[in-house]
Design a protein around this ligand. Sequence first.
Ligand SMILES: Cc1ncc(COP(=O)(O)O)c(C=O)c1O
Length: 471
Amino acid sequence: MSVPPAGTALAGGTHGPRALRPLLDTVLDALTTGAEDRAGPLPPGGPDAVTRAVRDACHPILPAHGTGPHAALRTLVHTLAAGAADPADPHCAAHLHCPPLALATAADLAAAALNPSMDSWDQAPAASALEALTSRALAALVYPRADAPDALVTTGGTESNQLALLLAREAATTDHPTAGPLQIVCGANAHHSIHRSAWLLGLPEPLTLPTPDGTLTPDTVHTCLANLAGHTGPLLLTATAGTTDTGAIDPLPALADLAAHHRARFHIDAAYGGALLFSDTHAAALDGLDRAHTVSLDLHKLGWQPVAAGLLAVPGPHTLTPLTHQADYLNADDDTEAGLPDLLSRSLRTTRRPDILKIAVTLKALGRHGLGDLVDRTLTAAHTLADLIEAHPHYELHSRPTLSTVLFRPTGTTDTALATIRRTLLIDGRAVLGRATTPTGLWLKATLLNPHTQPGDLTTLLTLVEGQTPR
Ligand SMILES: Cc1ncc(COP(=O)(O)O)c(C=O)c1O
């Protein structure tokens, strides 16, 4: 084969790595200089400054004659790194936006180079076998007593929740063909994707119960389910293990009892808290998880994976039957009968990245204990921050953290002043903090996901907030 011109070499085959190596040198240098130029958790100046910097560096993005691969990589990767909100910086702690492990990122490069597509076996022979092995191992953590637990790979918590609602709707239609539509009951603490998925699936608006203390109250759920019985169609109770705003975990065993008592299906959104399963210290906080019909997990939150790394765990393959779908070019009946695995029926997507590779590499490299240790360190950092806030004369702590989210505010600050503090730190490029509105007003939210965060980083974070607080 003749050597292709620069920039058109392919990533695969035996020549691919040789083509990739010098390009990777350029990429890694640009990542380094970009982060050095940013010198903080995010670029200073706000949206206008960042947009101008991107335009100045990258325009025209579609030139008549290209710059060649090294110049394009150097310019764009540097610009993106210099303008990134970098969750590897301990002061970038607004969202469930984790710093990915270098090893998972390296695995993702291999996934991109090989580019298996997970919609048919003939595009992903080994990748599909690895996906089956890995997703079943993770499902077994959720459902240790089930005979054949399984998990679908998704793009994150939103898709997992959406699939869970779809599977619940289809099961309800099969089990109660003449009953009314599935009625979802959730807490006010549920992720917005529950509501959006209900809308998307043509289901009634979820009945949303108050969660004044951040979690569902079994008494309130019992009263609601008892009142609904006989008046609506089948019911789906959804609970959350790790809420977006506070990291709280709903009382899973009591809710599982109630769902069973009222014959409601039960889904748990453990997109945030599911990773506690890796930790010997913290796994007990998820007791009751295995009593759900479906469980959302998401390793691009507390799992240190590059996006995307979601899963939907189920206790057995029968739960997934409603997803069975056939397209002759991908999973013809005779191919399936001849033993080619049917991948199309494992997702609503067709072409699908092998996101499982980075997850599998991480599990293999660190083991359950290694990942559990990262979980423990991250939760310890959250407790350290809570201790610092409690000991500080000018700060108020919302509550002790359950996972790694800490809500706090300077004492006596108005909601407007608090929102301004957050935006000022953001625009100055000094800290990325989130915000959460609870029944007691607005709070600053630190979602700690960096397992290497040190107490000194947290002290500095509080000093940065204090520097913006009007006295
Ligand atoms: C509890 C919970 N569920 C689901 C999601 C959605 O996850 P994703 O953004 O990966 O779709 C989030 C996102 O933060 C979440 O906090």
